[in-house]
Design a protein around this ligand. Structure first.
Ligand code: ADP
Length: 650
């Protein structure tokens, strides 16, 4: 691009029409002296000066051009302007010379390129002028190397780009709080265009620094020189952000400038708030649960624990130290066990830290039970061993557990005693009852009809009472035998059990024209004799409690429900009112009189006991008048077999 002609000082060596008309104000001697001075200046200046003719051929050059290009004056005279300034094309040259001939004053200032003898080039700024000597065009070029100037322009441009591209908001402020500069991130932070920012003062974005407050703030900054503080910014759209400002005072020729780096810390503050909240919740919940955390560097033998741990151990304040520092507070009987667990199971075998141990509190020596849990973090290269875990005060829990254990033991003992009592009572009562029955029947045989009507009636009562007592005692014996005379479990085909039951009840089934349907049934683990008694009891009940007008129809089906077999015995009998469905499993509980339906009310109690001994449950679902379904729930995966309980000698 060719810049417009610039004004240049009027030339002494005036040429053309102007020169001819100009009055000659100097004498010949003075002009010779001036020419001499000019020659010396041209010879001594660092500016590159050379003259060319209309074709651009070098006529002469000064020493500076020789120095800078490495050419001798004679060599230069062999060159053209195109050799010395390769940025110029013949078209440019034609245009320049045309302009120079017409320009008034005849000079042009432009930028170009200087090529040296060794082909090296450097940027130049030159002023070209035109004279006519002896009727011929002479063009003069005065140039200077502008590499350094361009370099610093480039540096500034680079610097500005960096400032603008950085994510950090940067502002320059003067002593009045006026914005001298704002980078792109700064304008984005303020949500205000740069032109608007540069017309404002800091007070526009934070009233705290407006008006009278600014001089005080400036004074403080001058005193400190460098100052980092938290503040806030009200942005162009009215929203508010929390910021951290790093203010730096810089003394320049333009006066003191504050170079401020501003960072949006809204997210950071929110995270801090959340962390504080989480910490608070953690601390409070740890306190409530009496559970504290710790970490222990097993390699360097140093650990640290939370407040709650100090509280549990009865320490004053925080406690940290090597493993040995904790040992005095571990109950002497648990020290070795704890150390072994830590060293062998956890560190050597890589298991989790999980142990209950006792401590003796540091402040009052009281005994507490702790549950320790943790994991070892070995770090990325396996050279670290950081045990991170928790310790919970489980003393109350432990005491409650001990109490439950003691109660369970006491209950088990009393249960065994009761069972033994029930067994002995029912077993030992048999003999006297048998005697009562036998002798009362003898009495009946010998004296019936001879002692009067009333005595006959009484005798009848004695006999039926004694027989009932005998039946009850026998049933009680059956009930106690479920646990005292149980056999070890073995695989049992329930289908085979039901075939056996059908055989046992063949007469009863035929008598009432009952229809018994048996679906495919599973194999379970159990006591075959007891399972036979169980299903025989359920089917006998289905026959006993049949509908008076409908022949009994009994179905035995099985269905798998997860880990359980549900074997159902369904009848179409009289059914059971909902309010009695729970009671019927209670020992000796009956819903009918002996006259309407004979029985002692022990069958379902025994059945329930048998199912429970097999790890299952017995349930009923019934509708009065429509029938009942008794379901035996048995584990499909057999429970560990209970040992046979053979205390019964009979
Ligand atoms: P018992 O048969 O000697 O009465 P159970 O313990 O076998 O004793 O039964 C308790 C009670 O449950 C019975 O008296 C009866 O009222 C009711 N019951 C049992 N099975 C059935 C059934 N299949 N249908 C209707 N009621 C039944």
């Amino acid at each position: 691009m060719v810049p417009p002609p610039q004004s240049a000082p009027p030339s002494d060596s005036a040429t053309g029409d102007d020169a001819d008309t100009r009055p000659d104000r100097t004498s010949h001697t003075e002009r010779a002296a001036a020419a001499e001075r000019a020659f010396q200046v041209v010879a001594m200046t660092n500016l590159e000066v050379f003259w060319v003719d209309a074709e651009g051929r070098v006529i002469d050059a000064n020493p500076a051009l020789c120095r800078n290009t490495g050419y001798s004056a004679a060599e230069l005279r062999q060159l053209t302007v195109f050799d010395l300034n390769p940025a110029i094309t013949p078209q440019d040259w034609a245009e320049h010379t045309r302009l120079l001939r017409r320009a008034d004053p005849p000079s042009l200032t432009m930028q170009g390129l200087r090529r040296c003898k060794d082909s090296r080039t450097y940027p130049i700024e030159y002023t070209a002028s035109h004279t006519v000597t002896d009727g011929a065009d002479v063009f003069c070029s005065i140039a200077r190397d502008i590499s350094a100037q361009l370099q610093s322009f480039e540096d500034i441009a680079l610097f500005k780009t960096v400032l603008d591209r950085t994510n950090e908001a940067i502002f320059w402020l003067d002593d009045k709080g006026r914005f001298l500069y704002a980078n792109e991130a700064g304008c984005a932070l303020l949500r205000t265009p740069r032109e608007a920012v540069l017309t404002k003062t800091v007070g526009a974005f934070n009233p705290r620094y407006g008006g009278e407050a600014w001089p005080r703030h400036w004074k403080e900054l001058k005193a400190r020189g460098h100052w980092v503080f938290e503040s806030g910014v009200c942005r162009g759209d009215g929203s508010w952000v929390d910021v951290e400002i790093s203010a730096n005072l810089l003394t320049t020729q333009r006066g003191d400038i504050n170079i401020a780096f501003v960072r949006d810390i809204t997210d950071q503050k929110q995270v801090m708030e959340e962390m504080k909240h989480t910490l608070y919740i953690t601390r409070q919940s740890q306190r409530a649960a009496r559970i504290g955390h710790f970490y222990f560097d097993m390699v360097h033998d140093i650990g640290k624990s939370s407040e709650v741990i100090s509280d549990i151990f009865g320490f004053e304040g925080e406690f940290s130290g090597p493993l040995s520092a904790w040992m005095p507070f571990i109950h002497p009987d648990d020290r070795e066990r704890l150390t072994r667990h830590l060293m062998d199971d956890v560190l050597r075998d890589g298991k989790s830290f999980d142990i209950e141990y006792r401590i003796l509190r540091a402040n009052d020596g009281t005994l507490r039970w702790l549950r320790g849990k943790g994991e070892v973090d070995r770090g990325p290269d396996g050279t670290e061993a950081l045990l991170i875990g928790t310790a919970q005060d489980v003393t109350d829990h432990k005491q409650a557990e001990d109490q439950i254990q003691a109660t369970v033991e006491a209950l088990t003992r009393s249960n065994i005693e009761l069972e033994r009592f029930a067994y002995i009572a029912s077993h030992d009562l048999q003999e006297p009852i048998r005697n009562v029955v036998a002798f009362s029947q003898l009495l009946e045989k010998r004296y019936m009809g001879r002692l009067g009507e009333e005595a006959d009636e009484y005798l009848g009562f004695i006999i039926s009472g004694a027989k009932r007592m005998q039946a009850l005692v026998l049933d009680l014996l059956d009930y106690s035998r479920v646990t005292t005379a149980g056999r070890a479990f073995a695989p049992v085909s329930v289908e085979r059990v039901l075939d056996l039951v059908r055989d046992n009840l063949r007469m009863a089934l035929e008598e009432c024209a009952a229809h018994l349907e048996i679906a495919p049934l599973p194999l379970v683990s159990g006591d075959e004799i007891q399972l036979t008694a169980l299903f025989q009891n359920l089917i006998a009940n289905a026959l006993k409690f049949r509908h008076p007008e409908v022949p009994p129809r009994i179905q035995v089906t099985a269905r798998r429900d997860g880990a359980t077999w549900c074997i159902a015995v369904t009848d179409n009998g009289i059914g059971i009112p909902p309010e009695h469905q729970e009671q019927i499993f209670t020992i000796f509980k009956r819903l009918h009189t002996d006259q309407s339906y004979p029985g002692t009310g022990i069958g379902l109690a025994v059945s329930k006991r048998i199912v429970e001994r097999h790890g299952g449950a017995l349930t009923v679902d019934s509708r009065p008048g429509a029938g009942s379904t008794f379901t035996v729930h048995l584990p499909a995966d057999p429970p560990p077999s209970p040992a046979p309980t053979g205390t019964d000698q009979d």
